[in-house]
Ligand binder design. Structure first.
Ligand code: SF4
Ligand code: SF4
Length: 221
């Protein structure tokens, strides 16, 4: 595997439904956030991990069945603070990382909120409890998803009606591209080395022994 090519292979953000706008019916489905089925087999899990490393140079730090929405490092920090201020118990854990064998370091790319339902979801009023501080993935929903998670009502409309979500989705697209270019630059300069191949067992060992750090880019956008 060419390690520079692997970052270039990370899929770009795809903005969908960009000719439509949705009305929120406050069903709350998008705040029920586990992405995958709980019954993913160990083999499916291992195959997916291997695929993600082989093709994109990414190591998954979380079990696929646990994964929820992406939260960027800066957002993880801000949401933990919000939770503390609001006296809400929250678990935000690392989701994906890039492994640098030169320094035996894992650079965390993103986190996830480890709950079946987002702890900020106000079930009584069916509202987001951190609306002004909600993560960019929530701000751009549903323009970045190919499936309709809940009861969003779609209708054809003036593009200005979805301008806020589109702005957030395009910002997210810029963030992913910047993340890729920073990683590529580090590889090009030889500051990090991505191994040619890693088995799933080796990944487990790396996760327990490597040093962790984060790649923060939100303030550069
Ligand atoms: S942060 Fe708000 S919008 Fe996002 S999942 Fe949680 S409750 Fe829903
Ligand atoms: S799934 Fe759609 S309709 Fe339901 S709360 Fe989320 S945005 Fe609103």
């Amino acid at each position: 595997m060419n390690e520079v090519k692997s970052f270039n292979n990370i899929p770009n953000i795809r903005i969908v439904n960009n000719k439509k706008v949705f009305n929120c019916t406050q069903c709350g489905e998008c705040c029920h956030i586990r992405e995958k089925d709980k019954n993913i087999s160990d083999k499916e899990e291992a195959d997916y991990r291997q695929y993600m490393f082989t093709n994109f140079g990414i190591i998954y730090l979380a079990k696929l069945s646990d994964i929820t929405i992406n939260v960027w490092p800066e957002e993880a920090e801000a949401l933990k603070k919000e939770a503390k201020d609001k006296k809400i118990n929250i678990k935000i854990l690392p989701k994906r990382a890039v492994y640098d064998s030169k320094n035996h370091e894992l650079t965390i790319l993103d986190y996830y909120i480890d709950h079946d339902v987002c702890p900020f979801f106000d079930a009584k009023n069916r509202l987001c409890g951190v609306y002004m501080h909600r993560p960019i993935i929530c701000r751009s929903y549903p323009l970045l998803t190919t499936k309709n998670l809940g009861k969003c009502e779609y209708k054809l409309s003036n593009p200005n009606d979805y301008a806020d979500e589109k702005f957030e989705a395009e910002k997210l697209e810029k963030m992913v591209n910047l993340q890729k270019s920073i990683l590529k630059d580090l590889v090009d300069k030889g500051e990090i080395v991505i191994p040619e191949s890693i088995s799933v067992d080796e990944m487990e060992n790396i996760i327990t022994t490597a040093k962790f750090k984060e790649l923060r880019i939100m303030d550069k956008i």
